[in-house]
Write a protein that binds this ligand. Structure first.
Ligand code: ADP
Ligand code: MG
Length: 331
């Protein structure tokens, strides 16, 4: 069981950034409006995610740590997925590769905590906490030296964590997110901060993109709002003059989930084909939302690839919506 957990864990948790992604997604799934992340040594020695979400009841804590236990799906329809989590894999995986402590409190109930190290659970203990959850992961991969060896420098792992946090922050403009580096103790240093945005979705998204991609992107961004046969596309795409020499300013999301998908990136390129030379890349943050039945997000455990039931429809929607916006802006 221990060995199997550790092997399976490798698929979900490749590096500190993947642990951060799973924990922040859990916080968002729990309805949090504030998420605070603290890391030390590039997340290798400490990752702590604090949220003000719904919390976990004391008697549910052991369940949250057992494999394939999820409160988010009833098992009847694996395709009908509305939350980030659905596999019930992240927490048990993290408990197999690090020292994990969860402290949580549901409004009106007692706070409690549970720890797991090397796959072994401690008993649930009373704790003190306001509403929400703190998940603390220490010494990631301490029990798997082979994986430890593959981790990169603290700086590189921190950078990967910042990237993950920025993508999640883009997808959740109404959630306030702070990332702190607490290497060396104390309050640490804030390395990323985005306060909760307000207004309608487009206002909030525009504000969040200005925060993350900068005012210049926001000023040059065309609003995208289109729909075709049950696929909805919203977001902002920059004017060709704002294009970049690398593709690093391309952010794509499907049902709120950050994805790196060839089909979608290809569609983005195709829309700008007439306006950009080969060495320039369009900049955009685009969100496709659809009935979970129309897209399979279950392709890879790290969940960054997707498979549309009708790939041509997704591609066509992006190409036509972007071309239309560019034409309206005089291109
Ligand atoms: P999944 O997210 O796929 O359900 P996880 O292993 O990530 O699986 O989490 C297991 C369960 O623990 C979740 O289904 C949820 O009930 C609970 N949980 C985890 N993190 C939180 C959190 N921050 N707030 C409230 N509940 C949580
Ligand atoms: Mg999860």
């Amino acid at each position: 069981e221990g060995a199997i957990n550790r092997i399976a864990a490798g698929e979900v948790v490749e590096r500190p950034a993947s642990a951060v992604k799973e924990l922040v997604e859990n916080a968002i799934d729990a309805g949090a409006t504030r998420v605070e992340i603290a890391i030390a040594a590039g997340g290798k020695t400490l990752i702590r995610v604090t949220d003000n979400g719904c919390g976990i009841l004391p008697d549910q804590l052991p369940l949250a740590l057992s494999r394939h236990a999820t409160s988010k799906i009833d098992g009847s329809d694996l395709l009908d997925i509305h939350t980030f989590g659905f596999r019930g894999e992240a927490l048990p995986s993290l408990g197999a590769v690090g020292r994990l402590t969860i402290t949580s409190r549901v409004k009106g109930a007692d706070a409690a905590s549970i720890s797991v190290a090397g796959g072994k659970l401690s008993p649930v203990k009373p704790a003190a906490l306001g509403q929400g959850t703190i998940v603390e992961l220490r010494d990631l991969f301490y029990a798997t030296p082979a994986r430890l060896k593959f981790m990169r420098s603290d700086r590189a792992e921190s950078q990967a964590i910042t990237d993950v946090v920025k993508r999640l922050a883009m997808a959740e403009p109404f959630v306030g997110i702070t990332l702190r580096d607490v290497t060396g103790g104390g309050e640490g240093r804030v390395t990323f901060r985005a306060d909760a945005e307000s207004g309608d979705l487009f206002d909030a998204l525009h504000g969040r993109l200005a925060r993350i991609l900068g005012a210049e992107f926001a000023e040059n961004a065309l609003r995208i709002d289109a729909e075709r046969e049950g696929l909805k596309l919203i977001g902002y795409a920059a004017l060709p003059t704002y294009s970049r020499g690398s593709s690093t300013a391309q952010y794509l999301f499907v049902n709120g989930r950050p994805v790196k998908d060839k089909l979608l990136v290809g569609a983005l390129r195709a829309a700008y084909f007439d306006f950009l030379s080969r060495d320039r890349h369009p900049a955009a943050a685009l969100f496709i939302d659809c009935d979970p039945q129309l897209v399979d997000v279950n392709v890879h455990p790290a969940k960054s690839e997707v498979r549309f039931r009708d790939p041509g429809l997704a591609r066509g929607l992006i190409v036509s919506a972007l071309k239309h916006a560019l034409a309206e802006a005089g291109h």
